[in-house]
Design a protein around this ligand. Sequence first.
Ligand code: ZN
Length: 286
Amino acid sequence: MNYTIEKMEKSNILFKTKFYYLHILVIVFASTFLLITTGCENVKKEEKITIKTDTLTQAKQNDTSVNIYLTFDDGPYLSTLGLANSLIKDNVKSSFFVIGSQITASKYYDSVFSIIKQNSLFKTYNHTFSHAITHGKIKKYYKYPVNVWNDIQKNKQYLDMGCNITRLPGTNAWRFQNSNKCYSNQSARLLFKYLDSIHSNEKMFGWDFEWTDKESKNIADVDHLFYMIFDQIKKNNSKEKNYVILLHDYLFRNESSLNNLSYFISLLKKNLHPKFKWANEYPGII
Ligand SMILES: [Zn+2]
């Protein structure tokens, strides 16, 4: 009997021990399962966030557009036709701001102006008749707003221009009646005051970036100009991003300068996928 009890007690202890280990095993198993499932849940949550962010980025990309306005001043010039051919090859809309007194200088310039005017890729705009030359220095020119206004109108009549878009000579100023794009510097202030007083609807078209002699000569400067534009576009949160670039006809006198311009246009196309537009397509100008 004792033997049996002892045996039973031993058996009971063994059972308890087994049960104890089984209990621990269940706890470990349950904890591991819990850990794994919680971990999975976190991964799933992370995946959801990633998808959400990607979708937002995608939507943002689809939602924004970049418009580039290539504007060429001070023509017609000896280099204008070569420049025009290069722009035709690159198939980019361009705006030419023309000086009337330049055309009076030779019949050749007259024919250059006609060729530019007739090409469907280009539009011509007012850059005043005298370009402030006949009035001496730029500062003196802007002292007499009535004269500046007469100079603008004279060019409009001489070139038979229907639109009211002018780029002022030697100064970067903006004037649109129905837009926040209105910036007057010291030179243009008197003129704008005068134009307001006569209720003139004339729009002044400034610029955001300038292509200079450096870009015409050095490819590294073209890269630099492009990155300045690219940087601005990255910082700009607007849905529609508009950038006006000022260039001059006379800066494209040789093949290497034209190659640099084509390279610049290829950088813009490849990296920003912009629409090239004319000055009269600028938001708020009409
Ligand atoms: Zn000019």
